[in-house]
Write a protein that binds this ligand. Structure first.
Ligand code: ADP
Length: 478
């Protein structure tokens, strides 16, 4: 089997060790072997990005547009194939994976346009004869560290703005899903970017990732991943004065009021809690139900959850793919045990099941009658596990929704305009959804959370400029 290499300074390079990419729907299926970059290669990638920094910072915006547009065009043309690769290595269903690949293409197209729209300001001075110009400039070398759950969309929404605003990139994807990252790197390598502007190093977080955090030539780090690693990114970057941006976990509430359209509320909960095997930081993991509608809602949701088809991600008809790996499966099981020991009522799911091929299959689980202070409602499980919490009325529901260390996304199902309006104001989440699942966002508007979910400026849309540029104020006396 050939080994997929790393891309450093415009060249594909091999290394002594490899990472084996395993299909979670069929652990006998090896998706590929990927060269495992080490500390030295991470440093070479940083050196290449640093060497390309000044020329790319000054690059023509038409050149940036052309490269990003070409990347977007190729991703969109190959979305079925890229989606298949993504479903095979990560385990989300084919439609979900193809949709994610298409999203990556759209993001590159969006930021191709943004490269043409980088704006400044002109202001009068308080001093006579002086003019002030405020402009945005590239930050420099950006380290991009991404998780396994969106193997192409998250890299796209960091790499595209980084390049559009004139930064050079060292990209370290999650070692669990290097296939989509490599395919993206391959497409980027053929887009016409000068050597060193984009570099790909597949490797371990503690080794390659840590080099990106510590190396003074890396001017900024954009990270999405766990709360624990996010803390390490923050500590390392602030210690040396590097810019950083963190997207971490969620424990997202979906409130259902008694006046809601119940079919839609159940559909929102089903999608938000279980699709993509619950492995989304925006997943609806806490379903907060107005007491008078609780039992009716649970009956309807339970029927739908039990009807979900769990299976091989590549099979047509599969609605819930496998859990990504054994470690995540063990974590899910651990939380099911914690929930039971805390006194929560497991009304369905949580079973390990077998399919034709060996994989990490579990049935989606629903706990009812939980309390918001239970660990299963405080800590991110990151699996197909949701809970219900009863709330006497809207005010209590909002208080419970906000009572969490996280604040990424929050949802409300209601037909009351008053409740919807109040919720948009009072939710302590970065993203608020009314009559929609907590997961599922647009690509041209900001993405990010409050409290422990995020740190730094927002990702996506034109707000991404905040992170990937630095502001210069120039005074000129004539
Ligand atoms: P997850 O639970 O999603 O695997 P992690 O935070 O462990 O979350 O991983 C997210 C990304 O952070 C991955 O690319 C991983 O390799 C990387 N990573 C893990 N540890 C470190 C570290 N000490 N320094 C930098 N990156 C790291």
């Amino acid at each position: 089997m050939s080994v997929f290499q790393n891309y450093i300074g415009g060249k594909w390079v091999s290394s002594g060790a490899q990472i084996r990419n395993i299909n979670p729907s069929d652990t006998d299926d090896i998706v590929g072997e990927y060269a495992r970059a080490d500390k030295d290669q991470a440093e070479e990638a940083i050196a290449a990005a640093a060497a390309a920094r000044e020329s790319w910072r000054r690059s023509n915006i038409q050149q940036r547009f052309d490269c990003l547009d070409a990347i977007g065009t190729e991703i969109l043309a190959r979305k079925e194939e890229l989606g298949r690769l993504l479903a095979r290595e990560e385990g989300k269903t084919l439609p979900e994976a193809t949709g994610e690949a298409a999203r990556a293409g759209q993001i590159f197209k969006f930021f191709a346009g943004e490269a043409l729209r980088i704006q400044g300001e002109f202001q009068s001075s308080v001093r006579p004869g002086v003019e002030i110009e405020i402009s945005r400039e590239a930050v420099g070398v950006v380290g991009i560290i991404t998780p396994w759950n969106f193997p192409i969309a998250i890299p796209a929404w960091k790499i595209a703005p980084a390049l559009a605003y004139g930064n050079t990139v060292v990209f370290k994807p999650a070692e669990l899903v290097p296939g989509s990252a490599w395919a993206l790197g391959d497409i980027i390598s053929r887009s016409g970017l000068p050597d060193g502007v984009f570099n790909l190093v597949v490797g371990a977080g503690r080794e390659v990732g840590q080099v990106l955090l510590d190396d003074p030539r890396v001017n900024a780090v954009s990270f999405t991943g766990s709360v624990g690693t996010g803390g390490a990114v923050a500590a390392a970057c602030s210690a040396r004065g590097a810019k950083f941006q963190l997207e971490m976990g969620g424990k997202n509430p979906l409130i259902v009021l008694a006046d809601a359209d119940m079919d839609n509320a159940v559909a929102c909960a089903l999608n938000g809690a279980y699709f993509s095997t619950g492995q989304r930081c925006t997943a609806s993991s806490r379903l907060i139900i107005e007491t008078s509608a609780h039992d009716q809602f649970v009956d309807a949701l339970k029927t739908k959850v039990e009807g979900l088809v769990v299976g091989n991600a590549l099979d047509e008809g599969t609605q819930i793919g496998p859990v990504v790996d054994q470690r995540q499966l063990d974590q899910n099981i651990r939380y099911l045990d914690i929930g039971k020991s805390e006194g929560a009522d497991l009304v369905c799911g949580g079973d390990l099941i077998e399919r034709e091929t060996p994989g990490f299959y579990m049935t989606p689980a629903l706990f009812t009658d939980t309390k918001n202070d239970m660990r299963i409602n405080r800590e991110e499980i990151f699996g197909p596990v949701a809970t219900t919490i009863r709330a006497a009325d809207f005010d209590e529901a909002v208080a419970i929704a906000n009572e969490t260390p996280f604040g990424l996304s929050a949802g409300l199902c209601t037909t009351s305009l008053k409740a919807a309006t109040q919720f948009k104001r009072e939710s302590r989440a970065g993203m608020v959804m009314v009559n929609l699942p907590t997961a599922g966002v647009d690509y041209h508007v900001p993405f990010g959370g409050a409290k422990g979910s995020s740190f730094g400026s927002r990702e996506q849309g034109r707000y991404a400029a905040e992170f990937y540029t630095t502001v210069k104020t120039a005074y000129l006396s004539s």
